[in-house]
Design a protein around this ligand. Structure first.
Ligand SMILES: [Zn+2]
Length: 171
């Protein structure tokens, strides 16, 4: 089980903290419905689906909190996978978010959701836009800095990562 635990320790603890679980107090594996599936051949597919589902829930949570304050609601919400883009607001008012943000600290996901929701009202990156983002997400500057410094770590290839860890496990 070393593979799963090392992956959880590095990437998932912020999400567990966001869900109100104390990672020191609780075995994080208990939340995973079928951890044994992780050792199957499609481990990375299973893991990605699980993270995407978690991302969808957390994005919906932030939209429900912040949207009403902005008096804006998105049309459709998509969860996507792009290497370099974290979020998008279309001309039709649909929002897209990169599921990989679920592996970042919770403030980062909240910032990106706020950013795209504010775009529903202010399409540019004017001073008014940034002031509005900051007023609804006080941690936005820190979140932007975190993404600039660590964003590349979120683009980890889960299949490669699991294969690599397995290789080091084999004598
Ligand atoms: Zn923007």
């Amino acid at each position: 089980m070393r593979v799963e635990q090392s992956l959880l320790a590095e990437s998932w603890n912020p999400s567990y903290a966001a869900l109100g679980f104390d990672p020191d107090d609780t075995d994080p594996l208990f939340l995973m419905p079928a951890v044994n599936e992780l050792v199957s051949t499609d481990a990375s597919g299973w893991l990605e689906n699980w993270l995407r589902r978690l991302a969808r829930e957390q994005i919906a949570h932030h939209i429900a909190l912040i949207g009403p304050r902005l008096q804006r609601a998105p049309g459709k919400v998509f969860v996507m996978d792009q290497r370099t883009k974290w979020g998008n607001c279309s001309a039709l008012g649909n929002l897209s978010f990169n599921w990989r943000l679920v592996m970042a600290p919770d403030d980062v996901l909240r910032y990106i959701v706020t950013h795209e929701l504010v775009h529903l009202a202010i399409p540019d990156h004017s001073t008014r836009f940034w002031l509005t983002v900051r007023s609804h997400c006080p941690g936005s500057e820190r979140a932007r800095q975190w993404l600039a410094a660590n964003g590349h770590r979120l683009t980890v290839d889960l299949a490669e990562r699991l294969a690599g860890e397995n290789a080091t496990d084999t004598p």
